[in-house]
Every structure is written in C-alpha cells, then in structure tokens.
Ligand binder design. Structure first.
Ligand code: AMP
Ligand code: MG
Length: 315
C-alpha cells in the first residue's frame, strides 16, 4: 500500500501517534530533514526501520524526545552535556550520552552500544507528534541507506513508498542538513557529524576534535559514501559540460547544460544548506551524465555542506 501523505494538522498528528503505538513507521518533518519514526521501545517496530532503509544493523539510531525532562529514563546527562542541552535544545543538535542500563529501549536502537544518541527537535510538527505519542521515537533520516536525505514529504513518499504508514507533510525542512552530532561521553565533546550548528559550537567549545572514521564509523554519516544521488557528482567544478547538470553557489543559472540550480544566488551559506538536498534530488532526476558542483566556502554551514558533498561524490 502506498503511504498516506497527510497535511500535518491535529487530526493527522493524532493518526500518526496512533500508528507509532501500533508499531508502524511514520515519517515526519523536523527542522533538519524528514525522519522515519518508530516506537523506540518496540523491537519489531525498530526492526522495520532497518528493513525499510536497508540500514546496516551496526548503525545506531537517534532517539527523539519531547522534552529534556524525559532524558533521565534513558541516559545520563553529564554537566557539560546539560549545558549544551540548555543552550541548543530544542534544536538541530544530537548528543551521544551514556545509556542507562535499565533504559526501556529496543536493543537495536543503540546497536548494542553502551551509549545512546538523543535529540529534542524544535519543529512544531515533530514536537506535537512526540508529545502526542508520549514516548521515545527512534528516527533516522527517511531515505534508503546511503542515499539523499529527504527535505520534502514527497521525497519520502517516493523513496520509501510502501514501508511507511503515514507521511506527515509539514512543507520543506528548515535548516535542510542533518543534525550536528556530538559525542558528549567524552570531555571535551567530540564532533561525530558537522551540521549547521558547527560555528556556534566552535565559538562555545573552541576547535572541535572529530571522531570515528570511514572504516569504523560511529555514525553512518561518517561512511565515506553516503548522501549520494544516483548520478555521479564532480566537485569544485568551474565549468559545466552540455551533458552535465550544474549545482552552483552564487553563480546564477547556467542555461547551456541539462539542468542547473543555484544554491544561493546571494552566496548565503544557510540558504545553500536549506536547498542542498532538494537541489540534488532535482538534478539527479534530470538525466545528466554528471552533476558538476561549484566550490562552496569551507566556512560556517559550508563545513557541513562540503562534508555531505564529499560523501555524495564518493563512488
Ligand atoms: P541519521 O539518523 O541517518 O541521520 O543518523 C543518525 C546518527 O546518529 C547516526 O549517524 C548514528 O550513528 C548516530 N548515532 C546514533 N546512536 C549513536 C551512538 N550510540 N553513538 C554514536 N553515534 C550514534
Ligand atoms: Mg541519514
């Protein structure tokens, strides 16, 4: 059965919360990208996430909660992490925390690790869904493993079709890049995945150590090839061949090629982050031999944009 794409009003949110209670998969908008949610306490429901995405079992999931008050049931919140929580939650930050041994979570959520990744999202639809459900929702990005993240309800309906009971459509994602992940079990915390909070975190904590590796990833976003369109990607391009598609940054459209998308005509990195995945979805569908990508400054949101683009370009 195809999923039901529902405008995210109160009735649809109640229906989605009911789906979660019944062990179904529900896709919902967050401020980062769309999430593929399941009841994190229900082992069968969590297994459905891994099956739907084709996600390797060793890649743990982020647990989404409605409020900081719920955290104590699942994880310890060391003082330094509590300060980050107070500053950035609700919002696009994921903290890896020590797992409580009696946490009522399906073991697959944490892939057997002694830690758990937690996020409190700020998107009003995500918050309403979490409040209506009342419990922990395991939710990776709602795309097949390794592929482009969804920033529209329609992306989810296309890519995961029959696996999802309900897609709550809340319009385009706001920040458009996956959350920044910090391992807060280490002091100072270690950056596992850059996101749009990168600059704010560096301002607060100083230069960040990065953790994990492509060989032994602690986060799937660290896999060398990830976030990939089907069409090959060519980085740091200054020209676009007639059979290529062009992903520009402040360059305006390039009419001589198959298709083109300017991430931000004004050269604004936050705007570019917001458009990145929708642009890649669009250009991937254009039938070009290759997507040629203009250089993006390695600064502010550009750090996270370039991280995603490098992995998209891996073959
Ligand atoms: P995604 O939901 O695909 O955007 O990715 C969720 C991210 O959280 C993944 O990169 C996970 O590996 C990461 N994550 C979840 N749990 C843990 C954990 N216990 N330790 C380290 N990373 C985690
Ligand atoms: Mg993902």
């Amino acid at each position: 059965m195809p999923p039901t794409l529902l405008r995210a009003d109160a009735d649809a949110i109640a229906r989605a919360a009911d789906g979660l209670r019944r062990g179904q998969l529900v896709a919902f908008p967050t401020e980062t990208v769309y999430g593929l949610g399941a009841d994190a306490g229900n082992a069968e429901a969590v297994a459905r996430i891994y099956a739907a995405k084709g996600r390797p079992a060793h890649n743990p999931l982020i647990v989404h909660l409605a409020s900081v008050a719920q955290i104590g049931t699942y994880a310890e919140l060391p003082e330094a992490a509590a300060r980050l929580a107070a500053r950035f939650w609700p919002g696009p930050l994921t903290l890896v925390l020590p797992l409580r041994s009696d946490a009522p979570l399906a073991p697959a959520v944490t892939a057997g690790l002694p830690t758990v990744a937690i996020r409190i999202p700020s998107h009003p639809v995500a918050r309403a869904l979490l409040e209506a459900f009342g419990g922990p929702v395991a939710a990776p990005s709602a795309n097949p493993s390794g592929r482009l993240s969804p920033t529209r309800g329609a992306h989810v309906a296309e890519a995961l079709g029959p696996h999802v009971a309900v897609v709550l459509d809340g319009g385009p994602s706001d920040t458009g890049l996956e959350s920044t992940i910090l391992d807060a079990t280490r002091e100072p915390p270690v950056l596992l995945r850059p996101g749009t909070l990168y600059t704010a975190l560096v301002a607060l904590l100083g230069p960040l150590q990065t953790g994990g590796s492509a060989e032994r990833p602690t986060a799937p976003g660290q896999l060398l090839k990830h976030y990939a369109p089907h069409t090959p990607v060519r980085l740091n391009a200054t020209t676009c061949a007639p059979d290529e598609a062009w992903l520009g940054f402040g360059s305006g459209p390039v009419p001589e090629c198959v298709a083109s998308f300017d991430l931000s005509p004004a050269g604004d990195l936050a705007e570019a982050a917001h458009h990145l995945f929708a642009a890649l979805h669009e250009l991937d569908a254009a039938g070009a031999r290759c997507i040629a990508v203009a250089p993006i400054p390695e600064d502010a949101e550009g750090v996270a944009i370039n991280d995603r683009l490098r992995r998209a370009a891996e073959r």
